[in-house]
Design a protein around this ligand. Structure first.
Ligand code: GTS
Length: 213
């Protein structure tokens, strides 16, 4: 049995929960909740599991810990058979990793910075340093990123090409975080919204929130 340390409604944890559902691995994990609003992810006990102090973290049966959504997804992808989330050919793997990173760099991570720096974030006890100007710049970066992905999705049905992949999951994380911080999706992003509608139809999208224990 593996353990996922996460926060059930968080957008980054959602990425791993969706990957678990896509791979049919949900019954091989149990979840331990780490309370972000109490700052439990910044305490020494947790930092021993993940130096970066972020969720989610996958704990393996042998006691080792894998942090970072991309690394966890890669691990889960190789643990079980199809569908592949990280690419079956070298070309697909390269494309998926690039677009996954781009979804993080241009959408998900900037929205996270906006949340932590330009909104109350996790509250004054946890947000010990805030730089609102930096947060607002990152919000604008995310808005540009959303427009970029709209352009990508006008040309192809999924973020990294024809097939659903880890890169779609990363952008779903961005859309979830945009919803949490009430960031309006820029006007004219029809392809992005159409794609998001299709993603919401996937059982893994809805299934992610029902996983527990
Ligand atoms: N690069 C990390 C990853 O990909 O796993 C980022 C993870 C991350 O930022 N997780 C959020 C977190 O721990 C969880 S959530 O906001 O999506 O619920 N945030 C707390 C913090 O203090 O940064």
């Amino acid at each position: 049995m593996m353990t996922i340390h996460d926060w059930a409604t968080g957008p980054y944890p959602a990425r791993v929960r969706i990957a678990l559902a896509e791979k049919g691995l949900a019954d091989r994990v149990r979840f331990r909740s780490v309370d972000l609003y109490k700052g439990d992810h910044k305490r020494p006990e947790f930092l021993e599991k993940n130096y970066s102090g972020t969720l989610p973290v996958l704990e393996l049966a042998d006691g080792s810990f894998i942090a970072e959504c991309t690394a966890i997804t890669q691990y889960l992808d190789t643990l079980a058979g199809p569908p592949t989330l990280t690419g079956a050919t070298p070309r697909d793997a390269g494309m998926i990793h690039m677009m996954n990173k781009r979804a993080e760099l241009e959408v998900l991570d900037p929205i996270s910075v906006y949340f932590h720096h330009a909104t109350p974030g996790l509250g004054p006890d946890v947000e010990l340093y805030q730089n609102p100007e930096w947060g607002l710049r990152q919000r604008d970066r995310a808005l540009r990123g959303l427009r970029y992905f709209d352009g990508v999705l006008r040309r192809q049905p999924h973020v990294a090409g024809d097939a659903f992949s880890m890169a779609d999951i990363a952008l779903i994380g961005g859309m979830l975080f945009a919803g949490i911080v009430q960031l309006p999706i820029p006007e004219g992003c029809e392809a992005l919204l159409e794609w998001h509608g299709r993603m919401r139809e996937r059982p893994s999208y809805r299934g992610r929130v029902t996983m527990s224990g």
